[in-house]
Design a protein around this ligand. Structure first.
Ligand SMILES: [Zn+2]
Length: 234
């Protein structure tokens, strides 16, 4: 994996507050339109954030509870624009500890590089560790994977959906920033659909395919074959 010095992409503090338990398989996600009332989401702080990818403005966004929080890294003006957007779910093991079990850090770094090079861009970083099941449950799933399960089988054995992430809050955060139309850096058609259902127009899906390590190939193959991610044969 191509990466810089370890620890150089730091996760914000809010991302360590991920609860251990998330709701079990409760909903067919993304099938109903969900909108968050504006009063339930607010910007708590804005500050400059120089990074090794370029200068950003960091914006703290708070919702109704611990699960609803995000930081947005803005590059250039975004209000009323059609920015290049990456909606990135926290991965402590990948983003911070440089794990090669997954491609999260590689995707995060590629996204930051692409956004920093575009005139208008946003990285939205969400505390949805382990595709929404929380850090400790993700580690339990890793343990099962070490015994031969793939990522989907492991999640299901623990009683979770293959992917428990919800993007209604992301859509609300984008609207709060004055954004209704995006070019989305993603391989995940469910993410596109959920954002569209929540009122964000995805005018273009931009593939997010960084170079990845051999170790993460099995994980990505499962994402491709079992979760519908748009990755050509690996
Ligand atoms: Zn990861």
């Amino acid at each position: 994996m191509k990466s810089g010095p370890p620890g150089s992409v730091a996760a914000p503090h809010v991302c360590y507050n991920t609860p251990l338990r998330m709701p079990r398989k409760t909903r067919p996600r993304a099938r109903v339109q969900r909108k968050l009332p504006k009063a339930h989401i607010r910007i708590v702080a804005r500050a400059k954030l120089p990074t090794r990818f370029g200068p950003f403005e960091i914006v703290g966004i708070e919702g109704r509870n611990d699960k609803e929080g995000a930081v947005a890294l803005l590059h250039g003006p975004v209000r009323g624009q059609t920015p290049l957007v990456r909606v990135h779910s926290q991965c402590l093991t990948g983003d911070v500890l440089a794990s090669e079990r997954c491609d999260c850090r590689a995707q995060l770094e590629l996204s930051l590089r692409r956004i920093a090079a575009s005139p208008s861009g946003i990285l939205l970083y969400l505390p949805q560790e382990g595709r929404g099941i929380g850090l400790m449950n993700k580690l339990r799933a890793y343990q099962l994977q070490d015994r031969g399960r793939d990522t989907v089988q492991a999640n299901e054995e623990l009683g979770f959906a293959a992917d428990s992430r919800d993007y209604a809050f992301s859509a609300a955060a984008l609207k709060l920033l004055g954004v209704r139309r995006v070019r989305l850096l993603s391989n995940n058609p469910d993410k596109v659909q959920q954002l569209e259902n929540a009122g964000i127009r995805v005018v273009e899906r931009v593939p997010c395919r960084p170079r990845t390590s051999l170790l993460s190939r099995a994980y990505m193959e499962t994402k491709r074959t079992k979760m519908g991610h748009l990755l050509e044969r690996l």
